[in-house]
Design a binder for this molecule. Structure first.
Ligand SMILES: Cc1cc2nc3c(=O)[nH]c(=O)nc-3n(C[C@H](O)[C@H](O)[C@H](O)COP(=O)(O)OP(=O)(O)OC[C@H]3O[C@@H](n4cnc5c(N)ncnc54)[C@H](O)[C@@H]3O)c2cc1C
Length: 451
């Protein structure tokens, strides 16, 4: 949606959107009911339409931060984007309940999931694959472990429909879904002693304080400056993360455990404090099977009970995908081209496509940023992101577009240049980005040789 919106705004292209779901919204249509955006709504969605009201929440768990939309708001938003922004141009068509089954560049097979009828779509310009980095969906995810018949295993969505109260909740997974689930249980009043958390690898997360836009953009600019500083000195991905922790921007749940995972998720200090009240933590293990009285993991068994509820949070919100050139003859593969914030990435790709540059130049502007989920790969990820960011900022058309885009978290920085903090962060970045790129290139080369 973000790609199509930007492309349609900047070209005369016609777009056919194909989705096997009945309406736009993607994974948000199946999200667990207590999910919210990880980032502020202020820079989520598509370029041409605001999401939410750019309000700073005054109370509740997000107090002091820009509002974050719920799944229902996001789905409503995307429906309106489709109807009022895209279809209204007369250049976009939407085929819902339609499965794309592949094909050659001159004919793509689309099958209706309602009556099985087949349509061959002949792309005049390009096929755009917006499924390459799609999220796994907790409610549709098939866990990678077996479960005995009497065991209650639910996705997070199932927690709002439990028939009977549980003796205990065992949350399986260490990503954002597990964090959301634990925080939700705690906020709903469940005693921390009644929660057990099996987490394979602890993650590094961004502190939400530093992902704030608009009037709080100072915080985001500080993050950018410290990111450049860490990049200029880090010996490897782990060192990079620890430097950001020292700067207060990366957080971990347990300070005695070295995180091995990084997927770009964001949490608040309040959420971290709540998570730390859960003391029953089973670490560094992957679940193999769940029986009535025990859970088998790759490092031995732990006890279970027939009256506990297991919550499967092992679906990958950002599954690892090998980098592909974003632009190839007849094809565009939407991927991350910045750290996190997928709509901003997709709109960027849409705008770069609109420039009419050749594929080589467009790929130089959009090197894929690959989330492997491993902290060890953080320097490589940062290198690709910084190369793209610098190339785009210097480009005569892409730079100004990016600076003004509502999807860019730093968009308000020029309006706050009188703020000494913002000015200092910008000056720091200008002075040290070259050193950062040099060090990241070196670090990435060393890591590649060691592999
Ligand atoms: C809980 C959660 C919170 C998140 N929060 C944020 C956030 O705050 N900020 C952020 O930037 N990102 C966030 N993300 C990442 C999220 O993936 C993106 O924001 C974005 O919603 C992804 O959209 P998408 O279109 O790439 O993928 P999806 O939403 O997964 O959509 C892919 C679509 O492709 C369709 N499809 C797949 N294959 C076919 C086929 N063969 N034929 C037809 N249709 C097909 C699917 O039906 C689906 O509708 C979050 C992810 C999760 C899981």
């Amino acid at each position: 949606m973000a790609f199509a919106d930007t492309l349609v705004a900047h070209t005369d292209a016609e777009v056919v959107l194909v989705d096997r779901r009945h309406r736009p919204g993607g994974h948000w249509l199946d999200a667990y009911p207590f999910v919210r955006l990880h980032q502020p709504s202020a820079y989520y969605g598509v370029e041409s339409r605001p999401l939410g009201h750019d309000r700073i929440d005054e109370y509740g768990p997000n107090a002091g931060f820009y509002e974050r939309a719920s799944a229902a708001e996001i789905c409503d938003y995307y429906s309106r984007v489709l109807d009022e922004n895209l279809l209204a141009t007369g250049r976009v068509r939407f085929f819902g309940m339609s499965d794309h089954r592949g094909g050659e560049d001159d004919g793509q097979l689309v099958v209706s999931l309602l009556d099985g009828s087949e349509t061959v779509v002949k792309p005049r310009r390009k096929i755009v694959d917006a499924t390459y980095v799609q999220s796994e969906i907790p409610s549709r995810h098939v866990p990678g472990f077996t479960v005995e018949p009497d065991v209650t295993l639910v996705p997070p969505n199932g927690l709002v429909d439990l028939g009977d109260p549980a003796d205990r909740f065992t949350v399986i997974g260490a990503g954002k879904t597990a964090i959301d689930t634990c925080v939700w249980l705690l906020e709903a009043g469940v005693d921390p002693d009644r929660i057990r958390w099996i987490r394979g690898r602890d993650p590094w997360q961004f502190d939400r304080t530093f992902t704030q836009p608009l009037d709080l953009v100072r915080s985001y600019m500080r993050l950018q400056a410290r990111w450049v500083e860490a990049a200029a000195a880090a010996a490897d991905g782990h060192d990079f993360a620890r430097r950001l922790e020292d700067a207060g921007m990366f957080v971990r749940i347990d300070s005695s455990v070295e995180p091995l995972a990084f997927r770009g998720a964001t949490v608040s200090a309040r959420e971290i404090d709540a998570l730390r009240t859960i003391e029953h933590v089973v670490r560094a293990r992957r679940v193999r099977s769940i029986g009535r009285t025990s859970v088998t993991t790759d490092a031995g068994d732990v006890p279970g009970s027939p009256h506990e509820v297991y919550v499967d949070c092992t679906a990958a919100g950002v599954p690892p995908a090998a980098a592909r050139p974003v632009f190839a003859p007849g094809r565009i593969t939407i991927q991350y081209v910045a750290v996190g914030f997928l709509p901003w990435c997709a709109a960027t790709i849409g705008f770069v496509e609109s420039t009419g540059l050749d594929d080589e130049e467009k790929n130089r502007l959009c090197p894929p940023v690959v989330f492997t989920g491993n902290v060890a790969d953080l320097a490589r990820l940062a290198y690709a992101a910084m190369q793209g960011q610098v190339a785009r900022a210097r480009h005569e058309a892409v730079g100004p577009w990016n600076a003004a885009s509502r999807l860019n978290p730093a968009r308000a920085a020029p309006d706050h240049i009188d703020d000494a903090d913002v000015a200092e962060s910008l000056a720091f970045m200008i002075e040290h980005t070259r050193d950062a790129l040099k060090n990241l290139e070196h670090t990435t080369t060393v890591a590649a040789r060691a592999r």
